[in-house]
Design a protein around this ligand. Structure first.
Ligand SMILES: [Zn+2]
Ligand SMILES: [Zn+2]
Length: 277
């Protein structure tokens, strides 16, 4: 079902397939009314998307998705109506992006020590402009004949606990929530199914919403999350987590049905945040 709102979209600014302006164009031709660009740890795609949307009638909400970590669990925090020029936000996001590069370089050192040297420039080519991640390193290892498949690269070297594994420093989810709020953004727990037990800590940090409608969530899943949201006075948001067909096959832009009331609630919360600060 095509809805008119999609609040979870990745562009080429992180690991999405399409440039922000292309996403805007697609959203317009699908008849969407509101989209949020929510790239991982970066707001680099926002300006392009907002410019492309001018005169189109499409509202582009400046957003972000911060990849945080709690114990061994990956926790993603979305931020809506974020001031994407806020300096402390930008400084912190730059640090997080650098931490990816830092990790990639550290992995290369580990691999070199294992007599599997790789060239940084080749990795940049493979990554094709996005941040270098482990899949790119695995691809380079296959190319060099160190392993025969990407799977083998992860199983033997790059996976957790393997000799080429390097832990990347990440924010705690509470820190991500505070960072987003301090930049006027409304913090929302992304795809919360499976991580709901950590909710109490996030509530006291200022969490404002739960991503209730999401690609792959059944009606029953959404019902469970919606009732959690109601119980804690949280906004029930939704989005597709669109990355493009070759990154996340089967997930379409605007394919998740999101109730229109969420927009009023998000705007109200955003206004309350900026008036408080
Ligand atoms: Zn996510
Ligand atoms: Zn996402």
């Amino acid at each position: 079902m095509i809805s008119r709102i999609d609040l979870h979209i990745h562009s080429t600014a992180s690991d999405g397939e399409y440039a922000p302006a292309e996403i805007v164009e697609m959203a317009c031709s699908l008849g969407l009314e509101v989209i949020a660009i929510t790239d991982h740890d970066t707001v680099g795609g926002i300006d392009e998307a907002m410019e492309a949307a001018q005169r189109s009638g499409l509202e582009v909400i400046p957003g972000v998705e911060i990849n945080a970590k709690s114990k061994d669990q990956s926790i993603h925090i979305l931020g809506y109506y974020i001031d994407h020029r806020n300096e402390s936000l930008l400084a912190e996001l730059t640090k997080l992006c650098h931490s990816r590069e830092w990790r990639a370089r550290r992995v290369l050192e580990e691999l070199a020590a294992l007599r599997m040297p790789l060239k940084w420039d080749r990795l940049l080519e493979i990554a094709g402009g996005s941040l270098i991640g482990r899949p790119h390193i695995a691809e380079a290892m296959v190319e060099q004949g160190y392993v025969s498949t990407i799977r083998e690269a992860f199983d033997d070297y790059l996976g957790r606990g393997r000799p080429g594994y390097v832990q990347r420093p990440r924010l705690a989810p509470e820190e991500a929530i505070e960072l987003i709020s301090s930049a006027g953004g409304v913090p929302v727990l992304a795809h919360p199914l499976g991580v709901l037990p950590i909710l109490p800590g996030l509530l006291s940090a200022g969490l404002a919403g739960l991503e209730t409608y999401y690609s792959g969530y059944s009606v029953e899943d959404s019902r469970v999350i919606a009732s959690e949201a109601r119980r804690h006075g949280l906004i029930a948001t939704g989005g597709s987590d669109y990355h493009g067909p070759s990154v996340t096959p089967g997930i379409g832009l605007g394919q998740v049905s999101v109730p229109a009331v969420v927009m009023k609630e998000l705007r109200a919360r955003h206004l309350a945040l900026i008036n408080k600060g």
